[in-house]
Design a protein around this ligand. Structure first.
Ligand code: TYM
Length: 342
């Protein structure tokens, strides 16, 4: 079992990242540690190379990379048990991306919904990196023979793309009994694969939303969390007693989903407990549950941010370990393509 996943170090970690992905990273890390399987390994990285596909400020990227590393550790990623690093210190990611670019097809990239969403009507004005972004993402996981990739729902199309590349590369360049790449599987949480904006139940919660009120950040203090939940958009009806009553009510569905994910209850149970209530009392209960969950994380985050040198050391030693795991697969890929190496 090889678990691999990444996050862009732009902006702060938000509740969508946490419930959709990071919490699963921590669970899988803990399960692997408990299972005692010798060669099972988790690799988690900051996708700083992906972050340069959009306009960015270098000083912010540099600071954001250390801050995101701190946030992951605060959430429970343990650098002693998982390999935590940033892509830029493991050049094999960019190398494999180029090798895979011969296999990736323009048509596949043209179909990517994230490309279409981010480029909008201005495709000609986008960076080449934004278009080829999924090829780098495929390299990120194929480089380590990832078997499981815990992500939110918005990344599953990119994972399908990585499988397509792996399959085609193996077919075209590897012997049937000696594939170069493992086909990775996306792991999405059943309940919280897609957390929506607090201002608009039809848009996902996102770092790039211009409104701070649209997302809860893991570093938000208690007062801010309560305010954002109190002001979250809702409709005038009380909460239904059954999930079917949430149809056509995206904002209500989102708040109930968050409540369920945070407390570990099912959506059915949340509605049994709160059905018939107006949003006032429900929001208070939800805000309090969130504050309880986030309090220890944000306290630990503040502590870690006080020692940036230690964060730099964690990333450097993670990168050393990642490079070691990456080299054999990269060499196999070079050789399979007929490229001469010494
Ligand atoms: P990124 O940085 O946008 O998000 C990190 C993780 O958080 C999940 N996520 C969400 N889940 C539920 N609801 C939401 N509103 C929400 N918003 C974000 C994402 O699905 C993701 O799992 N391209 C990736 C980073 C990446 C990567 C990889 C991931 C680069 N290489 C290889 C996996 C494997 C990205 O931009 O995620």
């Amino acid at each position: 079992m090889r678990v691999v996943s990444g996050i862009q170090p732009t902006g702060n970690l938000h509740l969508g990242n946490y419930l959709g992905a990071i919490r699963n990273w921590v669970r899988m890390q803990d399960e692997i540690a408990a299972g005692g399987e010798d060669d099972a390994q988790c690799l988690f990285f900051l996708a700083d190379l992906h972050a340069i596909s959009m306009p960015h400020v270098p000083a912010q990227l540099r600071a954001g990379t250390l801050e995101m590393a701190a946030a992951l550790v605060a959430c429970g990623i343990d650098p002693a048990r998982s390999i935590l690093f940033n892509q830029a210190q493991v050049p094999q990611h960019a190398e494999l991306q180029w090798l895979l670019s011969g296999t990736a097809r323009m048509g596949w990239l043209n179909r990517m919904t994230q490309w279409k969403d981010k480029a909008g009507k201005n495709r000609e004005g986008q960076s080449v990196a934004l278009f080829t972004y999924p090829v780098l993402q495929a390299a990120d996981v194929l480089l380590y023979q990832a078997t499981h990739v815990p992500v939110g729902e918005d990344q599953t199309q990119h994972l399908e793309f990585a499988r397509d590349i792996a399959q085609k590369f193996n077919n075209d360049f590897a012997a049937e009994d000696a594939p170069v790449f493992t086909l990775p599987e996306a792991i999405t949480p059943p309940a919280a694969a897609r957390i929506m904006s607090l201002r608009d139940g039809s848009a996902k919660m996102s770092k790039s939303d211009s409104s701070d009120m649209s997302r809860i950040e893991l570093a938000d203090d208690a007062e801010t969390v309560m305010k954002k939940i109190r002001k979250a958009k809702t409709d005038p009806d009380p909460l239904p007693s059954e999930p079917a009553g949430l149809d056509g009510r995206p904002e209500a569905l989102n708040l109930v989903t968050i409540h369920a994910a945070i407390t570990g209850a099912s959506v059915e149970q949340v509605l049994i407990d709160h059905g018939g209530q107006g949003f006032g009392p429900f929001k208070t209960a939800l805000g309090e549950a969130l504050v309880e969950t986030l309090r220890p994380i944000s306290a630990e985050l503040q502590r870690l941010l006080d020692d940036r040198a230690a964060l730099g050391t964690i990333l450097a030693s993670g990168a050393d370990r990642a490079r070691e795991l990456a080299v054999p697969t990269l060499e196999n890929a070079y050789r399979a393509l007929g490229l001469v190496r010494r």
